[in-house]
Design a protein around this ligand. Sequence first.
Ligand code: PMP
Length: 415
Amino acid sequence: MNAFNVETIRKDFPVLARTVNGKPLVYLDNAATTQKPQSVIDTITDYYSRYNANIHRGIHTLAEEATEAYEAVRSQTARFIHAPSERTIVFTRNATESINLFAWAWGRSRLRAGDEILLTEMEHHANLIPWQMLARATGAVLRFVPVTDDGRIELPRVEALLSPRVKLVAITMMSNVFGTLTPARAVVELAHKQGAIVLLDAAQAAAHMAIDVQALGCDALVFSAHKMLGPTGVGALYARQDLLEQMDPFLGGGEMILDVQLTSATWNEVPWKFEAGTPNIGGVIGFGAALSYLEKVGMDAIQAHEHKLTAYALEQFTHVPEATIHGPTQMIDRGGVVAFNLEGLHPHDLGTLLDGEGVAIRAGHHCAKPLMRRLGVPATARASFSLYNTMDEVDRLMEAIRGAQAFFKRQPVKR
Ligand code: PMP
């Protein structure tokens, strides 16, 4: 691996060269979606320019090339998360669909009234609503591990909520609001002791740290390509092969069948049993280029770089007395997401003023409304880092924040 060089990396991302409102773009909305390197854009263009064809069904050259490229990314994805076999990787549209797939295909025929699903108070709606829907359909009950005031979950609280009634634990590996890295490995161990299976939501974690599903011991894990330098419209579900084999299909249609009669059908082998219809072939192939890019830079180097950026940002915020940081203020078990509120300045107004300076952050509830209620705020501002962000960009963020504060002091807004 080459030494990590952020300036070299930045040159690979064409959008970073643009200006917004006359200022060089500072893109700090990476938790929502990351920018794409030229290699991903080129790989997708190359697919559509040279070998666009539907996969699995054709016997002509283009179909064979497309199938080979698509299936190669399945193997690459399995290697990326250290899965034991490419058979354990199901391609979906996004992390949300992966969770819905698992919830219905695993849960609908297994859960009974009174069974429990254990979540945390800081889950993204994607890891909350599908379980609410499943609970409504089966009579299962949702339980929640509380979050501490500094945005962590504590293992004794997890342990106290676990019992033989809990059939599944679904927990984020990295909070999209707090940036907290949860003790996923320890949660898996505790859950397995009580006979529960564990799904990890790695939508945030997968772009920022090395993931090893076998070391984690999890039963399922989900992520989205678009948050890891890949295109939109592609996600993945990893699940233990024996679980996938026992699970019912989620969607029915072409490709997921072995044989079909007018009134019945038998299912294809896993993972194809879960990939009904024509998938996002170009997107999956583009995702392969994104994984290659992440692998080339190295996940440990990426994590170390983002760690430095986040520590610097948190340090800078200590000089802004009006700022409240939500989540861990120390750099222990923490990734590159910084959610904050500024006294007297609504996050949406801040976001608009920062955009005027070319600084892109997010303002809102971050698809975590119950967590906003727990924090007692309607919304927060959020800056989130990726491998291509720089210390100078943190300075630009802080300058823009100071500018926004000065602007609002001069002209208090009437609402
Ligand atoms: N989980 C977490 C922790 C997330 O941050 C997100 C995206 N913001 C999701 C799940 C859902 O990802 P997607 O919208 O790509 O399905």
